[in-house]
Design a protein around this ligand. Structure first.
Ligand SMILES: Cc1cc2nc3c(=O)[nH]c(=O)nc-3n(C[C@H](O)[C@H](O)[C@H](O)COP(=O)(O)OP(=O)(O)OC[C@H]3O[C@@H](n4cnc5c(N)ncnc54)[C@H](O)[C@@H]3O)c2cc1C
Ligand code: FES
Length: 289
């Protein structure tokens, strides 16, 4: 006799639409990016998924390694049919260490895209200020390259990026490229320079205050360590930016990635579903740090 529960679970259409089921993908690039940081590119093994998978800058993926588990990572690439997905991974624990042990040609699982992403579509016509700290740059690369591809829809783009020291600035070839592109005004800073560093020294929030960018017709997107985000938001307050013009991407421990398990809650909000991008206005009063 048939069992409706089992039949339902095993029906191929149900499996296809199962948000817990990862798409298989092959790593096409594995590159050391900096101390403890690796960059990966992956192509879906199913040709139809490779052509149709799309996402917004600021969304994230749940990446799985067989036998190790699954973890969320911001997308560093721009969507386009057949384009590889890029993400960068800082070695932390079980899953990130397993990812660091993989080579080109290895198979991984990918679920997503999840989260809201930065509201780039709503912000057409605006000047965009991008503020990154440390390994916050990879997810911002998705925004920056998106803005480059759609530059006619946006005003001026300024990128402020900082790291603890020059060795910890990641995506160095991108920084070189963006620094030479007239579409961008790139400002770099390090907490402490070395003998070769001739650029700015100081924390990202202080540099932001120093640069004092105008709020008129502008929005700001920031990704970085929580402590940097906290002080960046305070700097914007001091500079008189309205809080609904400033957007930050948060990190939280996650499981499902799409609002079912409750693991990622910050007060009444779920980072995976309501975020990871929140306006400074929304963050007011939330216990996010
Ligand atoms: C939306 C989002 C985007 C992210 N994007 C990136 C990215 O682009 N690159 C990147 O390297 N990391 C990113 N992270 C953080 C990444 O998900 C964690 O580093 C990862 O889950 C750790 O997994 P693990 O199994 O290696 O560590 P575990 O073995 O689970 O834990 C090791 C250590 O990491 C801490 N940890 C676990 N999960 C998180 C988490 N979600 N955030 C912060 N600390 C955590 C634990 O408290 C513990 O101290 C992102 C997280 C979120 C929520
Ligand atoms: S990770 Fe499950 S609800 Fe957010």
């Amino acid at each position: 006799m048939s069992n409706p529960a089992t039949d339902q679970r095993c029906h191929p259409c149900t499996l296809q639409n199962n948000p817990y089921l990862p798409h298989l993908a092959t790593l096409t690039l594995v590159r050391e990016e900096g101390p403890g940081l690796m960059t990966f590119e992956a192509q879906f093994q199913d040709p139809e998924t490779a052509q149709t998978f799309t996402y917004l800058p600021g969304q994230f993926l749940e990446i799985s390694v067989l036998g190790a588990g699954e973890a969320p990572f911001g997308i560093a690439s721009v969507a386009g049919p057949g384009r590889p997905l890029r993400f960068s991974v800082q070695k932390m624990g079980l899953v990130t260490t397993a990812l660091h042990g993989l080579s080109e040609g290895a198979t991984i699982g990918i679920r997503g895209p999840f989260g809201n992403g930065f509201p780039v579509l709503e912000h057409k016509g605006k000047n965009v200020l991008i503020i990154g700290g440390g390994i916050g740059l990879p997810p911002l690369r998705s925004v920056i390259e998106y803005l480059r591809e759609n530059c006619h829809d946006y005003g001026e783009v300024c990128i402020i990026y900082g790291a603890r020291n020059p060795q910890m600035l990641c995506y160095k070839e991108c920084l070189l490229d963006w620094g030479q592109d007239e579409a961008f005004d790139l400002k770099l800073t390090v907490d402490k320079g070395d003998e070769d560093w001739e650029g700015h020294e100081g924390f990202v929030p202080s540099y932001l205050e120093e640069l004092n960018p105008p709020a008129d017709n502008a929005v700001a997107y920031t990704v970085g360590p929580p402590i940097m985000i906290k002080f960046v938001l305070q700097a914007f307050d001091k500079l008189g930016w309205p809080r609904n013009q400033v957007f930050a991407s948060l990190e939280a421990k996650m499981k499902c990635g799409f609002g079912k398990c409750g693991r990622c809650n910050v007060g009444p909000k779920l980072v995976c579903l309501d975020g990871p991008v929140f306006s400074a206005e929304e963050l007011q009063g939330l216990p996010w740090i």
